[in-house]
Write a protein that binds this ligand. Structure first.
Ligand code: RRO
Length: 330
């Protein structure tokens, strides 16, 4: 049984802190068309949290997410790194899961099952060790029913895939082109913050045909146990998510928005509606939530969507699209 990231360490707070009515989530002003994907509201499940099974994807969709993204899946099964795979810090989580996944041939069953019950777009996160592998996995995911794919070219700590692919503009462009010609669904590219210029990589992705960009994956980080004087994570180093990375992610969304025309999905430390609105004002058309599910519970999707709705109404806006990138006007 795969470990679900948010079940590993967290003393769960009550799942439903505030339950808002369904009305806000169906509000016209919250609807988003993301590269052809129709979302009832701009919140999405980020890859890597609760995205291994159709049951958990269904739970998240029922909790109000406008779309869900699965855990990254590759051609062959992978065990992932030894425990501890996640460490909680004062300002977020550091993980080094190591891409644990059952392989796409096994995972297509979850895609079928999820499609049968989900009322929201299902995006499958894919990785590979070559452009051909990315394309093969993406194709199998789409044939099984995925509404779109998110290319993980940004995992911070697995050799020969993830950010090692995403940092090489030539290889990255080849990956995007091969996947684009293998599938007829939106292709989203998830970018790494652990690079010199994310905007250059965003531009190369868009030129190669990416339909949207997710900004951003986790920030390289580590934690050391002062008693044992040893790194805590099994893999020693990992990726930081949560509160600490939010200002970094907002800045990257802002920079990428200045450079490319394709829609941006903001990701990094979003835990409430203010965080979400900040990302949208920086240039995001939608937002992904991951780490906050562990602290706030799955109701975070409803709470954030309701808060965005109330903000739009209070300010007199008729749709989310009216405020995308609004902070760039001066
Ligand atoms: O599985 C992981 O260790 C992992 C992945 Br694939 C990723 O994209 N980002 C991350 O922080 N961890």
């Amino acid at each position: 049984m795969m470990q679900e990231l948010s079940f590993i360490l967290l003393k769960r707070q009550p799942i439903l802190k505030i339950i808002h009515g369904e009305k806000a989530l169906n509000a016209n002003c919250l609807r988003v068309n993301l590269a052809g994907l129709k979302l009832a509201n701009p919140t999405m499940l980020a890859s890597g949290i609760l995205g291994y099974t159709s049951e958990t994807l269904e739970t998240i969709a029922e909790s109000g997410a406008g779309a869900v993204v699965t855990k990254s899946v590759g051609l062959a099964p992978r065990k992932g790194y030894v425990n501890p795979a996640v460490v909680q810090t004062s300002c977020g989580l550091i993980n080094a899961m190591g891409l644990p996944n059952p392989g796409i041939d096994e995972f297509v069953r979850e895609i079928h099952d999820a499609k049968a019950v989900l009322g929201v777009p299902l995006i499958v996160s894919v990785y590979g060790f070559s452009a051909e592998e990315y394309a093969a996995v993406a194709r199998k995911a789409v044939v099984a029913g995925a509404d779109g794919v998110e290319l993980n070219v940004s995992c911070p700590h697995v050799k020969e895939t993830g950010s090692e692919i995403g940092q090489n503009l030539k290889v990255l462009a080849e990956v995007v082109r091969k996947v684009k010609s293998a599938v007829n669904k939106p292709v989203i590219v998830k970018l790494s913050p652990n690079v010199t210029s994310m905007a250059d990589i965003a531009e190369a992705s868009a030129e190669a045909g990416a339909d949207a960009l997710t900004v951003m994956n986790t920030v390289k980080a580590m934690a050391i146990d002062v008693e044992t004087a040893l790194p805590i994570l099994g893999n020693r180093v990992g990726g930081l998510s949560g509160q600490a990375v939010k200002p970094i992610a907002v800045r990257h969304v802002y920079d990428v928005y200045e450079r490319v025309k394709v829609p941006i999905i903001g990701c990094g430390g979003i835990a409430d509606w203010r965080d979400a609105v900040e990302f949208i004002l920086a240039g995001a058309s939608a937002v992904q939530i991951g780490t906050a599910i562990a602290t706030e519970g799955p109701s975070v999707f409803k709470t954030v969507a309701h808060g965005i709705d109330a903000f739009l109404k209070r300010k007199g806006y008729r749709s989310v699209s009216e405020i995308v990138g609004l902070s760039h006007r001066c």
